[in-house]
Design a protein. Structure first.
Length: 197
DNA sequence: AGCAAGATCGCC
DNA sequence: GCGATCTTGCTG
């Protein structure tokens, strides 16, 4: 069965962690069996030097306080009607995080299809951050938990064939930060989100 | 208290 | 392309 990856996996600089996460599994253990997706796309957020990061102000708020905690914590937040999930990176007091943007369904396909409504192609189940959380059944209840704890954790996956980088998506007017190549995704994978081709 | 805006999605 | 509809944070 799947088991959580070691704690030390998270204790690397945020850009490295964002790249290393591509190709790993996200596992959500539920009563009917595990939901598993292989991560194919991430983005690094590098507060407080990164104007696009929620932690740019370098001041903990109710929303962002978990980013100041230890590496590997779960940072979830709401965007309109959707939940997005992040992995906290960096030492305590350093508000870095990695946004999980897309995945490839591996196991629990029936359940993921039901979570998304069965009228679409499989690649549309998880090719965006809001879609992925919905397919996996993740919500704000996981805020502040750790990515090595049941029932929602990162497990070691097969890795990625080739990871390429590009500018981040959807961050609008963030000064120079809009051009930083801090998006990591597996080359030619059809589950990568399709903004900014 | 009140309101504007956001690391988005799906349908018009 | 635009509207949905939730939480946060600042008073625009």
């Amino acid at each position: 069965m799947y088991k959580p990856i070691s704690d030390s996996f998270f204790e690397v600089p945020v850009l490295e962690l964002a790249q290393n996460l591509v190709g790993q599994y996200i596992v959500h253990n539920l009563e009917n069996g595990p939901l598993v997706a292989r991560i194919v796309e991430t983005e690094a957020y590098h507060g407080p030097e990164d104007q696009a990061a929620h932690s740019f102000s370098n001041r903990p708020t109710k929303r962002t306080e978990v980013m100041f905690g230890r590496a590997g914590l779960v940072y979830t937040y709401q965007m309109h009607t959707h939940t997005l999930m992040n992995v906290v990176a960096g030492a305590v007091g350093t508000p870095h995080a990695v946004l999980i943007r897309a995945g490839e369904p591996i196991e629990g396909l029936e359940q993921m299809g039901n979570n998304r409504g069965n009228h679409m192609k499989m690649k549309d189940w998880t090719n965006g951050p809001g879609k992925l959380t919905k397919a996996l059944g993740v919500n704000m209840d996981y805020y502040g938990r750790h990515w090595t704890e049941e029932p929602l954790f990162i497990a070691e996956g097969p890795g990625a064939i080739e990871v390429v980088t590009g500018p981040r998506v959807g961050i609008g007017n963030s000064g120079e930060a809009v051009d930083y190549p801090w998006r990591f995704f597996e080359k030619d994978n059809p589950f990568v989100s399709k903004y900014r081709p």
